[in-house]
Design a protein around this ligand. Sequence first.
Ligand SMILES: [Zn+2]
Length: 228
Amino acid sequence: MFLKDIISRSEAKTAGIKRYFTGNRCKHGHISERKVSNGECVDCSRAGTAAWAVKNTEHVREYKIKYRSDKKHEIRAYEAKYRIDNLDNVRIYQAKYFKKYYAYNREKLLNYQDGYRADNGVKVKGYAAIYRATPEGHAIRLKHTSKRRALKRGHEINWTNEDHENVKRLFQEAARLELQTGVKYHVDHIIPLSRGGDHHPSNMQVVTAAYNMTKGSRTEEEMRKRAA
Ligand SMILES: [Zn+2]
């Protein structure tokens, strides 16, 4: 443990510091800093807060829920940024722990999910919408809808793992650009599916949403002719 400099309450107050340190034990035996505001030992205060939290779990739960709800935009933005900045770590972490945890607790998790869905239908839909808005959620959804479309046309799609990775990268790139610029980006089919283009990374590009909307079902060549 490291020894702090002795500073009296009045010296700390004069210096505008919130804590002082006498070097003496408090009545509960801590050799800790004390608060200038009320003279309370910092460790006693911490212990008091912890004891209070144990007796008031409901209140703490409500406080946490309120905090998360009040700050939901900040929290969501922070989490999204964290995931993008730490993509590799998040992947490794998920791969390392999630499968194991899921395998051990499958029954419990599935039961919990069913019960949760029944009680929180609206909320679940909200989470699903948030997930769909993430690059990965978007990639998966697009994959499914496009697969359905392609199958209708009688095409079979066989993506390799590398194809999946490449498409994920395109959506990550779109998300990154969106964060950096504040402008919405889409992943676009260079030759539109409706014009016989493949739903395959080789036929996909990152463009601004505005460009994508203007482009509609035109090809790049038609767009160039239109601009000329
Ligand atoms: Zn104490």
